[in-house]
Design a protein around this ligand. Structure first.
Ligand code: ADP
Length: 501
């Protein structure tokens, strides 16, 4: 039975009612040492629903020290791979058991639809834990027949490589997929045998703290996973500069990613950076306009456009441009908007006042620069950070709205005449996270794929993800990959062992 807030699960309500949340350091639930706190705001009605600790540098020191100890203690450091696998599988089972609770927490904290979060954020998250659990028992090095040219002819050698956990991992994640991003970082780190300090975004920390409870219930040794809350300036910065951190895995803006990358190099911490994007979609002339419009609407309006790989630049062949645009407008205007806990709503509020202001400024800039606004372009007249699905058309893709990442439900549709021109314009961006091509001319599609400078190319779809398929960017969209075996590898060092026999 839903109560007046729309929460249906008693455990969600109990968690929210906690109000003064605590963070998980060394197996204890604690406040920040100086008791500093950050308000938690429900973006659907702009009300304060609790607060989280803002971890200070001393709290970060404590977390790093527990994580380092846990790495060195036998309980985790010498745990057998199959036991690590079983803990990860058990955690996935608990996530599955509490999937609805987690989805509802995302709805009140982030604003997204609980039903969509259940299928996407939580569904993919638990799938990823199961996928990574399998890798825990399959970490392997190689044996090498070596020559050692400087050695005398009668000398014999044996050489092999072994893979070892990189050490203490700092995972810093954004607010757009709070729970899923936590899974993307924690699962490979634990499969590899690392210990973790997770810092969720200050806007959306509830689901990560709930995950901490599940981690405790599973019985991971204390200090293996620490979850500290706080802002970027204080907590994130202290974490990334800490000399005890061996790897930083970050998802967020390119600007912060660049700062983190620089800080990481002072300590030679390994880095994975999954950053911004301005992902193009290219609709070729043979594509069914209905399919293109449906696909483009999904690509830009999913998660209210707050997706690093959102299809935010849509290049459409001029012969079908008007048909695609008019259908897109119909689809955008038909999207039911409302709080994430209203199951009839497909699109909720943006995450925060800051994000709302940022998106509205971009819309204003689009108007001023002369793009044609064909739908949306304003806030929804209700409480909460809602922005109408917005579509501009423009011949010119040098406009700010066609070049910068908006991270909101704002699409720019641009006509093209020639495929090579479309590819050149698609690549003319500092970003290179993803791109999609829409066509059934498969030999042409195959020729275009290598030309696109993007970490992922989707064909006749956009935003498709799978636990086993690596995800990450070219150019300013980042370094390294999340998901897939490549993600696991980035949490491992290679040790070469050389023996004279
Ligand atoms: P957005 O602009 O979308 O909020 P950010 O890149 O600022 O994205 O934030 C993503 C994550 O990075 C959040 O957890 C945030 O607290 C953290 N963060 C922000 N600034 C810093 C920083 N200087 N050092 C470390 N982490 C930071």
């Amino acid at each position: 039975m839903a109560n007046k807030t729309g929460i249906t699960e008693q455990k969600t309500q109990a968690f929210v009612d906690c109000q003064n949340h605590r963070m998980l350091i060394g197996g204890q639930w604690v406040d920040a040492l100086n008791n500093k706190r950050i308000e938690v705001i429900n973006p659907a009605n702009e009300t304060v629903i609790g607060n989280i600790p803002c971890a200070q540098p001393e709290d970060v020191n404590k977390a790093v020290s527990f994580a380092k100890d846990a790495l060195e203690q036998d309980a985790w450091g010498r745990m057998r791979p199959s036991a690590r696998q079983n803990l990860l599988l058990k955690l996935a089972d608990l996530i599955e058991r509490d999937a609805r609770i987690i989805a509802e927490l995302e709805a009140v904290d982030n604003g997204k639809s609980a039903d969509i979060a259940l299928a996407v954020d939580v569904g993919l998250g638990l799938e990823f834990f199961r996928y990574m659990a399998g890798w825990a028992t399959k970490i392997e090095g190689s044996t090498l027949d070596v020559s050692v040219p400087m050695a005398p002819p009668e000398a014999d050698f044996f050489a092999y490589t072994r893979r070892e956990p990189v050490g203490v991992v700092a995972a810093i994640i954004p607010w757009n997929f709070p729970f899923l991003m936590a899974c993307w970082k924690i699962a490979p780190a634990l499969a590899a045998g690392c210990t973790v300090i997770l810092k969720p975004a200050e806007q959306t920390s509830l689901s990560a703290l709930y995950l901490g409870q599940l981690i405790e219930e599973v019985g991971f040794p204390a200090g293996v996973v620490n979850i500290i809350t706080g802002d970027g300036q204080t907590t994130g910065s202290a974490l990334t500069k800490h000399p005890g951190i061996n790897k930083i895995s970050f998802t967020g803006s390119t600007q912060v990613g660049q700062m983190i990358g620089r800080a990481a190099m002072d300590n030679m911490a390994r880095v994975t950076l999954e950053l911004g994007g301005k992902s193009p979609m290219i609709v070729l002339k043979d594509c069914d306009p209905e399919k293109a419009a449906q696909g483009a609407a999904q690509a830009i309006f999913f998660n209210h456009g707050q997706v690093c790989s959102a299809g935010s630049r849509l290049y459409v062949h001029r012969s079908i441009f008007d048909t695609v645009v008019s259908r897109l407008v119909e689809l955008a205007e038909a999207i039911p908007m409302g709080p994430g806990l209203d199951s009839s709503a497909q699109m909720g509020p943006l995450v925060s006042q800051v994000q709302l202001d940022r998106v509205c400024q971009y819309i204003e800039s689009g108007r001023k620069e002369g793009a044609r606004l064909v739908t949306g372009g304003e806030r929804v007249d209700r409480k909460g950070y809602y922005v109408k699905p917005t579509i501009f058309t423009s011949e010119d893709d040098s406009l700010v709205i066609a070049r910068e990442e908006i991270f909101g439900p704002v699409l720019v549709v641009i006509p093209f005449d020639d495929v090579d021109e479309a590819v050149r314009r698609a690549n003319d961006s500092p970003y290179g996270l993803a791109a999609s091509i829409w066509s059934n001319d498969l030999s042409l599609v195959q020729r275009l794929i290598p030309k696109l400078k993007a970490g992922t190319v989707w064909v006749n779809g956009h935003n498709m993800l799978d636990a086993g398929v690596p995800f990450g960017g070219y150019k300013l969209s980042g370094v390294g990959r999340d998901m897939g075996k490549q993600s696991l590898d980035s949490y491992l060092e290679t040790k070469s062992v050389f023996m004279a026999l």
